[in-house]
Design a protein around this ligand. Structure first.
Ligand code: HEC
Ligand code: HEC
Ligand code: HEC
Ligand code: HEC
Length: 149
C-alpha cells in the first residue's frame, strides 16, 4: 500500500475515533426516546411558567368596566396582552410597575394598522400612516378599548 494512502487511512481512523468519543460524551441522556429528539425537552417546556394569562378569568375580574367596553368594540378579537404585554406578574401583584401602560404614539397603533401590502386588507383595516389625520395622536379620536366609541 502506498505510504500516502496509509497516512490518509490513519487520519480517517483518528477522525472516526474522535467522533465516537464525542458522540459518547455529548449525546444528551434522553436522546432518541421519541426519535431524533431530546425526550426531556418536552418536560422542560411543559414546566415553564405560563406568562399569558386568561384575560376573562383575570383582567376582567378587576377591570370590569374596561373589559365590558372592550368586549363590545372592534378590538374584541385581540387580547389585552397584545397591547399591555404579558400580565402574569400584575395578576399576582396588581401594581403599576407590573403591567405596561402603553405610551400612545401613532406608531403604537400603526404597528397593526399601517398600510402594508403584505397584510390582508379586509381583515385588519389599514390607514395611510402619514396622511390619516396627520400629526394627531390616534387616541384623540379613537378609544383604544373601543375604537368607534
Ligand atoms: C387582582 C386585581 C387585578 C387584576 C387581576 C388585574 N389588574 Fe390591572 N390593575 C389593578 C389595580 C389595583 C391597578 C392600579 C394599580 C396602581 O394604581 O398601582 C391596576 C392597574 C392597571 C393598569 C394601569 C397601569 C398604569 O400604569 O396606570 C393597566 C394597564 C392594567 N391594570 C391592566 C391589566 C390587565 C391587562 C390585566 C390582565 C392581564 C389586569 N390589569 C389584571 C388590579 C388588577
Ligand atoms: C389596542 C390596544 C389595547 C388593548 C387590546 C387593550 N388596551 Fe388597555 N390601554 C391601551 C392604551 C393605549 C391605554 C392608555 C390610554 C391612555 O393613556 O389614555 C390603555 C389603558 C388601560 C388601563 C389604564 C386606564 C387608566 O385610566 O389609566 C387599563 C386598566 C387597561 N388599559 C386595561 C385593559 C384591559 C383589561 C384590556 C382587555 C380587556 C385592555 N386594556 C386592552 C390599549 C389597549
Ligand atoms: C395588536 C394589533 C392592534 C393594535 C396594536 C391596534 N389595533 Fe385597532 N384593530 C385591530 C384588529 C384586529 C381590529 C379588528 C379588525 C378591523 O376591523 O380592523 C381593529 C380594529 C380597529 C378599528 C375599527 C376598524 C373598523 O372600522 O372596522 C379602529 C378604528 C382601530 N382598530 C384603531 C386602533 C387604534 C387607534 C389603535 C391604537 C390605540 C389600535 N387600533 C391598535 C388590531 C390592532
Ligand atoms: C382627528 C381624528 C382622528 C385621528 C387623530 C385618527 N383617526 Fe382614524 N379615523 C377617524 C375617522 C373620522 C375615520 C373614518 C373615516 C376615515 O376612514 O377617514 C377613521 C378611520 C380609521 C380606521 C378605519 C379605516 C377603514 O378603512 O375603515 C382605522 C383603522 C383608523 N382610523 C386608525 C387610526 C390610527 C391608527 C390613527 C393614528 C395613527 C388614527 N386613526 C388617527 C378619525 C381619526
Amino acid at each position: 500500500m502506498p505510504i500516502q494512502v496509509k497516512r490518509l487511512l490513519m487520519v480517517f481512523g483518528l477522525f472516526i475515533a474522535i467522533m465516537a468519543v464525542l458522540i459518547y460524551f455529548l449525546t444528551p441522556e434522553s436522546w432518541g426516546e421519541f426519535g431524533h429528539y431530546r425526550g426531556l425537552a418536552l418536560k422542560e417546556i411543559a414546566d415553564k411558567e405560563v406568562k399569558h394569562v386568561d384575560v376573562n378569568e383575570t383582567c376582567a375580574m378587576c377591570h370590569d368596566s374596561i373589559s365590558a367596553t372592550f368586549a363590545s368594540g372592534e378590538h374584541k378579537s385581540i387580547n389585552c396582552q397584545n397591547c399591555h404585554n404579558v400580565g402574569y406578574k400584575h395578576v399576582e401583584d396588581p401594581t403599576k410597575e407590573n403591567i405596561v401602560k402603553p405610551e400612545v404614539t401613532r406608531d403604537f397603533c400603526l404597528r397593526c394598522h399601517a398600510k402594508n401590502p403584505a397584510r390582508p386588507e379586509n381583515y385588519i383595516k389599514q390607514v395611510d400612516a402619514i396622511e390619516h389625520n396627520k400629526d394627531k395622536v390616534c387616541i384623540n379620536c379613537h378609544n383604544p378599548h373601543k375604537p368607534w366609541e
